[in-house]
Design a protein around this ligand. Structure first.
Ligand SMILES: Cc1ncc(COP(=O)(O)O)c(C=O)c1O
Length: 393
């Protein structure tokens, strides 16, 4: 008889995937033959630029890359990350001590709580926020304290809300700008305030810069490391997934505070050998090669944003335009919960939008839609929403 081996308590403590039910329901609609416009997920729709793919093809043929790569990754990729930070942000990075190569940003984000926290330690996490932060918290058996992101504060946490007791216990803080799910961006003053708070309270900052390349209205999103003293208190996680449409390649890196970088490398030494050498070569090409693809991608997302936001406003939905990321965070009608509204969109308009409650308590009242469909599809989505006659001009 086939035995059933129960998962460990640790696995049972992992947060449940909120969106799994919705994704299943969408699958059912598609299987029934409905033309569903999927605005609910965050998977870049454009291909990786050709020069990066060509580098992978060439590097895959090199027998050197068929061997184990060095444990902590190739020096040339760390150098490329340092060159990228200097070129893009004017930030000087020591490639030998201040860069850790990651299997995508997600891996780093989930690893970090285990690198720095002991069971019961407190970690500060934005609400709403990217659900993968919670997985790292659970694996480290840490205590999560959420920091509400409110529209009236431009979706930045208000540090005055953190009690002295929480501040004295907190060891780690996650931040993410341009923000998933709200599309908000950070200001220089906010990052300065963060460095001050972190330094006074011995809190290590992890700034998730996944959408660093996507900023609208002529504003280039700020790197946390551009602020004086940032490296003393934290790191930034950069991924190639969004900037270069390389989500499937699983490559990113952490940059900043030497002690945090060495803790990540230590954990990774025990978990994996580094990435396929050909992927590392292609990643270095992405970071240091031609960058017009990044500008074109940003323009594509901005055009889509404008089509969506202008369209929704024209049918009477009073929405705020995101400043960065490839998401728009839309307020749902007062009488409906985010789940009820997203169910209406799916059932009556065959549009999938992610209910805000899936990103945390303070996500209630919003849905998140992605700018990952063509302008034509976004126009069609607006038309379908208009037919619901929920919004009045
Ligand atoms: C806020 C945020 N951080 C990190 C990631 C991780 O991206 P990756 O693991 O592909 O680098 C994502 C991906 O959706 C994200 O939205």
């Amino acid at each position: 008889m086939m035995k059933q081996f129960p998962p460990s308590e640790l696995l049972n403590s992992l947060p449940k995937q909120f969106f799994a039910g919705l994704v299943k329901k969408v699958g059912e609609y598609i299987a029934e033959g409905h033309d569903v416009i999927n605005l609910g997920q965050g998977n870049p729709d454009q291909p990786t630029p050709a020069h990066i793919v060509a580098k992978l093809q060439e590097a895959a043929a090199n027998p050197l890359n068929h061997k184990y790569s060095p444990f902590q990754g190739y020096g040339y990729l760390k150098q490329a990350a340092a060159d990228f930070y200097l070129r893009e942000y004017g930030v000087t990075i020591d490639p030998a001590k201040e860069v850790a190569i990651l299997f995508g940003g997600k891996a780093g984000l989930v690893e970090i709580p285990q690198c720095l926290l002991n069971p019961g330690d407190t970690i500060l996490v934005p609400d709403p926020g990217y659900p993968d932060y919670w997985s790292g918290v659970a694996l480290a058996k840490a205590e999560m304290v959420t920091m509400p992101l409110r529209e009236q504060n431009n979706f930045l946490p208000d540090f005055h809300e953190l009690s002295p007791e929480v501040l004295s216990k907190a060891k780690l803080m996650f931040l993410n700008y341009p923000n998933n799910p709200t599309g908000a961006t950070a200001t220089q003053e906010f990052f300065e305030e963060t460095v001050k708070l972190a330094s006074e309270n011995d809190i290590s900052i992890v700034h998730d810069f996944a959408y660093g390349a996507i900023g609208f209205d002529g504003e280039k999103p700020l790197s946390f490391l551009q602020v004086d003293g940032a490296k003393d208190v934290g790191i930034e996680i950069y991924t190639l997934s969004k900037t270069y449409n390389m989500a499937g390649w699983r490559v990113g890196f952490a940059v900043g505070n030497e002690s945090v970088i060495s803790a990540i490398e230590l954990l990774q030494d025990h978990l994996y050998v580094s990435l396929f050498g050909a992927v590392q070569e292609a990643a270095a090409e992405a970071l240091t090669g031609p960058q017009n693809c990044v500008k074109e991608l940003n323009e594509l997302y901005e055009r889509r944003r404008n089509v969506l936001i202008d369209g929704l406003r024209s049918i009477g939905w009073n929405v705020t335009a995101p400043k960065g990321s490839f998401f728009a965070w839309l307020k749902v009608p007062d009488r409906l919960s985010s789940e009820e509204f997203s169910n209406i969109l799916l059932e009556k308009a065959h549009i999938m939008a992610a209910p805000g409650i899936g990103f945390g308590e303070f996500g209630e009242g919003y849905v998140r839609v992605g700018l990952l469909s063509s302008e034509e599809r976004l126009v069609e989505a607006v038309r379908r929403i208009s037919c619901l006659e929920i919004f009045k001009k």
